[in-house]
Design a protein around this ligand. Sequence first.
Ligand code: AMP
Length: 307
Amino acid sequence: MGQLVIVGTVAFDAIETPFGKTDKILGGAATYIGLSAAQFNVDSAIVSVVGNDFPQEYLDLLSERNIDISGLEIVNDGKTFFWSGRYHFVMNTRDTLATELNVLADFNPIVPEAYKKAEVVMLGNLHPLVQLGVIEQMENPKLTILDTMNFWMDNALEDLHKVIAKVDVITINDEEARQLTGEYSLVTAAQKIFALGPKFVVIKKGEHGALLFHKQHIFSAPALPLKSVFDPTGAGDTFAGGFAGYLAKTNDFTFENMKTAIIYGSALASFCVEEFGTKRLEKVTDSELKTRLQQFKELTTFNIDLS
Ligand code: AMP
């Protein structure tokens, strides 16, 4: 089993969906990634920053899941990153109402000494220069995965390109893949992204599943059709955490194994959307995960006679 370094925001989120509203709950890309990867009992560490307004209870929640938080800086007199969003009835679109960088604005990440040789690095959503800062501290990781979003394409595209050039895998959603490449076809978009550096491209399509591209190969995974979709926040990060966690656990970075990692990521993301924020993800059991993996199998297995 390998070690996993996770970078990304640890945040307060305020979320509005057609089913309810929350004020300042636990959120952030690294939080969702960490909780999702924790399902695999991998040795993981979060590198991020919060202010001293961040409750001890949230720090404990991460530690209790064996996530090392020695690389989570707490800034005195600082305010934690805050994001607020509103979902419409069709919840694959959302409006960002606020993004307050606060302590993230001048954050210098420090990877704990014990994690500099980690095999897998999961660069979750935050400023590309912070992601780059982490890459520079790592000693020869076997797999570096990048997740990013349109906010950084709009605000730091040049720096984002520098990070993209250095990673093995990129995970982005369909809209962002189109924005990054100017291509409507996701196949052409993936090919254009290969030219920027990554050898593997994962395109997340929300409730329509995910695609994995590598050279001439494509794998398509569905999303589980769910009865209750309550709050999609963090689904993308949960997917990335499951993907990275499974790869760190198995230490096998082949296309074949990445297919399985995508199914694990999708299964964990299917839990994430069932309750507000991290609530559902916090209590997923091994047997629930197994049942959902079985549902994925049934959903995608069929017989066809091609004789
Ligand atoms: P997702 O729904 O997977 O895109 O992730 C939502 C999470 O990302 C929320 O918990 C936010 O705190 C966090 N987030 C939102 N905007 C940003 C941003 N610009 N950079 C980093 N994290 C963000």
